[in-house]
Design a protein. Sequence first.
Length: 193
Amino acid sequence: MTKGNLNDLIRTEANKEVESQPSPSPKRAKETNATLQAKINDLTTELEKTEKNQQSLQEKVISLEKELKEQQQSEQLESVLSEKTTLVAQLSSQLSQSQTELTEKKQLIEKLSSQLSQSQTELTEKKQLIEKLYNQIKTLENSPTSTPEPSPITKLVPKKPSLYNFEMATLARYIAPTPTPTELTDSEIGWFD
């Protein structure tokens, strides 16, 4: 037999001996009805006390659960409030930015409207000038024309012959004729198949 099996056999034998020995039972002393009634009364009062304690503990648990729920709700409200405040801050910054853009656009509109009114006044002035010049042209066309005598400044002075009469010759640009297309055939080149 192996060593492990011997140990197991010894252990089982020892357990059998322990189980076969009866355990001594404590002998109860006989109690009277009065002592039993007193014990019952004591136990019932203790039971009532424990029930009251249990009830008060349950009430405390309920109140603590209510407080916990209220605290959780307040924490949720605080988180919602903080989110709302950040949202309000973002919206206020967007509002201020849009207001600055609006004022810039108003200024641009005012500038463009002033430029438009200025260009309109210039346009009306130019229209009036054109009408005035047109009327002057009409009056000149309708009036009899007299040939103006050339002023002494504009009279041509005869040229004196100079010893070296150099004048710049104007040369026309030379344009080559278009060449005739020259296509050589294979026989002219010397290719024979």
